[in-house]
Design a protein around this ligand. Structure first.
Ligand SMILES: Cc1cc2nc3c(=O)[nH]c(=O)nc-3n(C[C@H](O)[C@H](O)[C@H](O)COP(=O)(O)OP(=O)(O)OC[C@H]3O[C@@H](n4cnc5c(N)ncnc54)[C@H](O)[C@@H]3O)c2cc1C
Length: 339
């Protein structure tokens, strides 16, 4: 009989992030599929009571919290101590949490202290003969494995953007506080800084991924590059659509090559084998050739379109649903006007 513990860190306003609600959705589904299992909730942060109320009807039999201002920020020592205490309190055999950067740091250490095992980047699960099988991808999303473990507790960090977020009625949950003996705190969190200095261009929740390729900075039909014009078109498009901005490696590498560059791009925008594998409903690639090391990062983009001057570019080789053989400068200008 599995004892499932759903773990979440609470936002400063007492809400749960989208990733946290997605992993709650998965934990609830798992508890329904594993017969004889029980579901508990373990919340971390000073606004735990408000968060517990927001998910009171999720079907959990008990709600626990490690509360207090020192648990509001992401810090290994406090987070690991909180997770360990919640694990011990509930005697959990399965611990389900969102694979946020905060939990990615703290859950492995806490699991080790509980003599458990952990798997991260989980994208799906099935239950066979009342036994849990998880799925995850390997080698930059090229191979998918289905695996299980005998060791308990087993901590599961779920990839954001895969599971449906839990929705339900708010209510009042009877929250039990779990006390934690903290070690001396050597780390003080002074604040957070974003990785980019320009406008926020990476938007994981956007419906559309807009990808820019090196073609935007190449010589065009008049024999000249038009980098400033390209930048204005791209910024204008992003402002109008609120799309997330992705890029090819060739384009972001130009910063280091001393060329004239599109200022709002950095390596964190890079999609592909050595970049990211974002999850958006739709993707539009522009001035990008569609080579395999780039398109492998499109694994989870459902509807794909590309604009390229070259009718034989990689996108035409079965990598896009629609390829517009056209000048992206002209297309984007027109699209911006229409928008
Ligand atoms: C080990 C390894 C890992 C790699 N990892 C990655 C990775 O993670 N991500 C990644 O992106 N790449 C990666 N690459 C590089 C990848 O192989 C390609 O070199 C790169 O993606 C090409 O970028 P691009 O399509 O922007 O540029 P290009 O190949 O130069 O293509 C530019 C395109 O723009 C088009 N174009 C030009 N002007 C216009 C216009 N006006 N309108 C429309 N189209 C126009 C051209 O027709 C051309 O097809 C990796 C390579 C290796 C070897």
């Amino acid at each position: 009989m599995e004892k499932i513990l759903y773990l979440a860190h609470v936002e400063s306003d007492g809400t749960l992030s989208k990733a946290a609600l997605e992993s709650l959705g998965a934990a609830v589904e798992l508890s329904k599929k594993l017969s004889g299992s029980s579901l508990s909730v373990g919340l971390i942060g000073s606004q735990a009571e408000k968060a517990a109320g927001s998910i009171a009807s999720c079907g959990a039999t008990s709600f626990f919290a490690v509360s207090g201002p020192e648990f509001d920020c992401s810090r290994y020592s406090t987070d690991a101590a909180a997770i360990e205490a919640l694990g011990r309190q509930t005697q959990a055999t399965l611990m389900v949490a969102a694979g946020t950067s905060r939990f990615g740091r703290a859950v492995p250490g806490a699991t080790f202290r509980l003599n458990g095992r952990i798997d991260s980047r989980i994208t799906g699960f099935t239950v066979e003969n009342n036994s849990l099988q998880i799925q995850r991808w390997f080698y930059r999303q090229r191979m998918m494995s289905t695996q299980t473990r005998a060791q308990r507790p087993w901590a599961l960090l779920l990839d954001p953007g895969v599971f449906s977020p839990w929705t339900g009625q708010t209510g009042t949950a009877s929250l039990q506080n779990v006390s934690v003996k903290l070690p001396e705190l050597r780390t003080r969190v002074l604040g957070t800084e974003t990785a980019t200095t320009g406008p926020q261009t990476i938007r994981p929740d956007a419906k559309l991924l807009f990808v820019t390729g090196a073609g935007w900075t190449k010589k065009q039909s008049d024999g000249q590059p038009h980098v400033k014009e390209a930048e204005d078109l791209i910024i204008n498009f992003l402002e109008k659509t609120c799309a997330s901005l992705g890029s090819t490696k060739s384009l972001v590498d130009q910063t280091g090559d001393g060329q004239q560059v599109i200022s709002l791009l950095s390596h964190i925008n890079q999609v592909g084998q050595t970049g990211s594998t974002p999850r958006h409903q739709k993707g539009l690639s522009t001035c990008c050739h569609g080579e395999e090391p780039h398109t492998v990062g499109w694994r989870f983009i459902n509807e794909r379109r590309a604009i390229n001057l070259d009718a034989n570019c990689g996108w035409a080789q079965g990598k896009a649903d629609v390829l517009y053989v056209a000048d992206a400068f002209q297309v984007l200008k027109k699209v911006n006007e229409l928008l």
